[in-house]
Design a protein around this ligand. Structure first.
Ligand SMILES: [Zn+2]
Length: 326
């Protein structure tokens, strides 16, 4: 594996599922929508790197995106990590509109938009922390030699980058996305000597992938209870009524839409919002299917992994969907 690709973040999926499943007038809808907008902006920002990363990957570099690592009980998330035998480069990606003022005295990022000021975590400090923790992780496997560099990449081309009046930020540290390849080329020239062997590089890749973990976001952050979640297979055409299970397909009594696969999105909603490893009975009730046998046949047809036997069998929905989403 030479690349761990970017996937839709699970908290984006959680928020989308909540918006589908909560009653439209639910009091938490505005905040869930706002969070979704922010998270989507972050995701789009990282997606914007795709073209440049393809060029870098074609040169033989290994690229990891969306890493969640842990060392000495400190968790850190790296947007993009590029590694080779000569150097490692951390990219901290920001998709923030407006004017960004990097204040290095107070370690803060100030965004000015429509005459309003808003504070953000300082991405330079964030990247420095990630560099430090990645070094710690590599020290554990006795690899001290790889120089670890970082850059803050501003992915929105119309964002204006400024320094606070009393400090000057290094223009090679905070860059616009269109400067990434030029900057990368400069790094390649400055770090042309191999510091580790191919074997050691493979060891690093293995350790990173083994250390990487996913965290399943929980709807409890919005204080939403299970009984507030609408059950049923929702019609993707009109989303007015719950669909009805006919022998081999789903049928919408409102718009008469038919589909053989509408239960898949209902199951992924159930997995994210209620229970990642449910039993047949719970799935049957949620999908509104008449018999346990039909439910079992439906789940079998999807090849959903399971554990336990007979009535104790649990369907491992999360394992199933993580593979699909990856
Ligand atoms: Zn419909």
């Amino acid at each position: 594996m030479t690349r761990k690709r970017l996937t839709i973040p699970l908290n984006v999926r959680l928020n989308q599922a909540l918006l589908r499943r909560l009653p439209p007038n639910h009091e938490k809808i505005p905040i869930i929508r706002e969070d979704l907008m922010k998270r989507n902006a972050g995701y789009r920002g990282e997606k914007a790197l795709d073209a440049q990363l393809r060029v870098i990957e074609a040169k033989g570099y290994t690229i990891f995106q969306g890493l969640r690592l842990e060392v000495d009980q400190q968790v850190f998330q790296i947007d993009t990590l590029i590694i080779s035998c000569r150097f490692a480069l951390i990219l901290e990606v920001k998709n923030i509109a407006g004017t960004l003022i990097f204040d290095q005295r107070f370690k803060q990022l100030i965004r000015v938009l429509d005459n309003k000021e808003e504070g953000f975590l300082d991405p330079i400090s964030q990247a420095q922390r990630h560099k430090f923790l990645l070094e710690e992780l590599l020290k554990k496997i006795k690899l001290f030699n790889v120089p670890i560099l970082f850059k803050v990449v501003i992915s929105n081309p119309s964002t204006i980058i400024k320094s606070a009046s009393y400090n000057v930020i290094d223009p090679s540290i905070v860059i616009h996305l269109n400067q990434l390849l030029i900057n990368f080329h400069k790094i390649e020239n400055s770090y042309s000597e191999e510091k580790i062997t191919k074997k050691e590089l493979n060891k690093i890749k293995k350790v990173i992938l083994k250390n990487h973990s996913i965290i399943i976001p929980n709807k409890s952050i919005y204080k939403v209870e299970d009984d507030e979640i609408r059950s049923g297979v929702l019609c993707e055409k009109c989303s007015v009524k719950k669909m009805i299970r006919r022998k081999t397909y789903w049928y919408c009594p409102s718009c008469m839409h038919k589909s053989a696969s509408s239960h898949i999105s209902a199951l992924s909603d159930y997995c994210l919002l209620i229970n990642p490893n449910p039993r047949n009975e719970a799935i049957k009730d949620f999908l509104n299917i008449k018999s346990s046998k039909s439910t079992r046949l439906l789940l079998q047809s999807m090849n959903i992994p399971h554990e336990g036997d007979k009535r104790w069998r649990r369907y491992l929905l999360l394992d199933y969907f993580i593979k699909i989403w990856d």
